[in-house]
Design a protein around this ligand. Structure first.
Ligand SMILES: [Zn+2]
Length: 231
């Protein structure tokens, strides 16, 4: 009888139950329908009948930890970015090499130090949204912001504002996502809209960039021909 039930159950259910792990001890749950874990005796279900997840046990702790780390990131990061943008104008053409490095370092700092623990507790869809909204934010805010950071004097203010703004934006979005996941809310409409608009704008911008490059190449070739015909 048990075999028949397993064979007859939908594929997504068998896939889901196969990878189910106990939120308390992380061991694989052998019998998905049982009320407690066979390894540690921890409860596997909430009183309202919903499955108990990692996030149900760790939400408060992870949220508080991120708020604590945010202060350090903002204070020390702003000082470092201020110092870098102060010397950037002295590097002249070298600034073009340093700017992408600052963008990458900022991205890694947020990903590895600030939001990694929250990101891990999110479901697959929210993790995808957080990852892509972060990438697009760095593309559309980080690169121009740090690029203007190489201007003399005002560059320091623009660089620090870019650093603090991007950090606060992605901190807020990740903590908001964590809370939405915690209360089992579905993905918001504006999240889908924002990600779709950013994706379309990015694809269009890349397309325009390619067209401009090709046109410039053609114009250069045409100009060379014209100059040669003159002589
Ligand atoms: Zn367990």
């Amino acid at each position: 009888m048990g075999d028949l039930w397993v064979k007859g159950s939908p594929r997504w259910l068998s896939l889901k139950t196969r990878i189910k792990r106990c939120p308390w001890c992380k061991e694989k749950v052998d019998e998905p329908q049982s009320s407690t874990c066979s390894h540690c005796d921890g409860e596997l279900w909430r009183d309202d009948g919903q499955e108990l997840r990692d996030i149900d046990l760790r939400y408060q702790e992870v949220e508080a930890g991120q708020q604590r780390r945010l202060k350090d990131v903002l204070i020390y990061g702003s000082v470092v970015v201020g110092a870098i943008t102060l010397v950037l104008p002295l590097l002249h053409i070298g600034a073009a090499l340093v700017t992408p490095l600052v963008v990458i370092a900022h991205m890694l700092l947020l990903k590895i130090y600030l939001i990694r623990r929250s990101q891990r507790l999110l479901g697959r869809t929210r993790r995808f949204f957080l990852r892509w909204i972060s990438r697009f934010s760095f593309l559309w805010i980080g690169i121009p912001g740090y690029g203007l950071g190489s201007l003399p004097l005002v560059g320091v203010a623009i660089g620090v504002i870019t650093f603090a703004g991007l950090t606060l934006l992605l901190n807020s979005y990740s903590l908001w996502s964590l809370h939405q996941e915690y209360i089992r809310a579905p993905l918001a409409k504006w999240e889908k809209l924002v990600l779709a608009i950013l994706a379309v704008v990015t694809v269009l911008a890349i397309f325009v960039l390619i067209c401009v490059t090709v046109l410039l190449g053609f114009s250069a070739a045409w100009l060379m021909d014209w100059v040669q015909n003159l002589s």
